[in-house]
Design a protein. Structure first.
Length: 252
C-alpha cells in the first residue's frame, strides 16, 4: 500500500473509531437524547425535522469559500507588494498586526451596521480571520529565494513580474499552501462566528434556532455539516498542493 493510501485509510479508520466510541458512550452510558444523541439520531435529523438544511448549507458554504478565496487572492497580492517595497511593508505590516489583534467577535457588530445582515458581512469576517496567516507565510516564502538568483535575472533585464512568476512564486508555493491550510480552518470559524452574531440563514443560524427547542440531534447535525464543509475545503487545498508542489518541498 502506498504512503498516501495508507494515510487516507488510517484517517478513515480513526473517524470510524470516533463515531463508534460516540455511539457506545451514549448507549452504554444511557445518556439522555436531549444531552447527546447517537450518530444514527444525528443522521435522522436531516429528514426528521422540518429544517431547510440545503439552503442553509449553501449560504454557509458561500460565506466560507467566498471569504477564503478573497483572503487567498488579496493575501498573496499583499505579500507580493511587501517583497517589492520594504517601505510599504514597514508602513502597512504593523497596521495589519494591530488589526489582527482585534477579536473578530468585536468586529461582527460593526460589519452588521456597515453591511446589514446576510452573506457579505459573514464572508468578510471569514476573510478577516484567514487573511493574515496567508500574508505572513507567503511573504516569508517569497523571501526564501536565493538573492543571487534574483540578481542574475535582474542583470538579464528580467522584469519584476517575470521574477515573481518564474522564480519567487514556484519557490514560495510550499509556504503559500501552508498558510492556506491554516486559513481554511480559520475561515470556517469566521463564517460561523458571523452567523452567531447576526444572520437570518446559514448553519450557525440554524443551530441557534434548534437550540431553543433543545433539538440536540439537529445541533449535532449542523456541527457535522459545518465540519464537512471545512474538511472539503482543507482537502481541496491538500489536493492542489500535491499537484503543484513536489513532495520534498512541502511544508508540514
Amino acid at each position: 500500500m502506498s504512503g498516501g493510501a495508507w494515510r487516507i485509510g488510517l484517517a478513515i479508520l480513526a473517524h470510524v473509531l470516533v463515531i463508534a466510541g460516540w455511539h457506545f458512550f451514549v448507549v452504554w452510558g444511557e445518556v439522555p437524547r436531549f444531552v447527546m444523541p447517537t450518530p444514527w439520531d444525528t443522521l435522522q435529523a436531516l429528514v426528521a425535522g422540518d429544517y431547510p438544511w440545503w439552503s442553509n448549507i449553501r449560504v454557509t458554504a458561500i460565506e466560507i469559500y467566498g471569504g477564503y478565496v478573497l483572503a487567498v487572492v488579496l493575501g498573496v497580492a499583499a505579500a507580493l507588494v511587501f517583497t517589492w517595497s520594504r517601505t510599504v511593508e514597514a508602513a502597512v505590516m504593523p497596521v495589519l498586526i494591530t488589526f489582527n489583534m482585534i477579536p473578530k467577535v468585536a468586529l461582527g457588530p460593526l460589519f452588521i451596521v456597515w453591511f446589514s445582515y446576510g452573506v457579505v458581512p459573514n464572508a468578510l469576517i471569514a476573510f478577516s480571520i484567514a487573511f493574515f496567516p496567508i500574508v505572513l507565510t507567503t511573504a516569508r516564502g517569497l523571501r526564501e529565494v536565493e538573492p543571487d538568483l534574483i540578481d542574475l535575472v535582474r542583470s538579464l533585464r528580467g522584469s519584476k513580474w517575470q521574477i515573481f512568476t518564474k522564480i519567487q512564486l514556484p519557490g514560495a508555493l510550499p509556504y503559500i499552501f501552508s498558510g492556506m491550510k491554516v486559513a481554511a480552518i480559520l475561515a470556517v470559524a469566521g463564517a460561523i462566528v458571523g452567523e452567531f452574531l447576526g444572520s437570518d440563514s446559514g448553519l450557525g443560524y440554524l443551530m441557534l434556532q434548534v437550540q431553543v427547542t433543545l433539538d440536540t440531534a439537529a445541533m449535532f447535525m449542523a456541527v457535522t455539516l459545518i465540519s464537512l464543509l471545512g474538511v472539503l475545503l482543507y482537502g481541496l487545498v491538500v489536493v492542489l498542493e500535491r499537484i503543484f508542489v513536489v513532495r520534498d518541498a512541502r511544508v508540514s
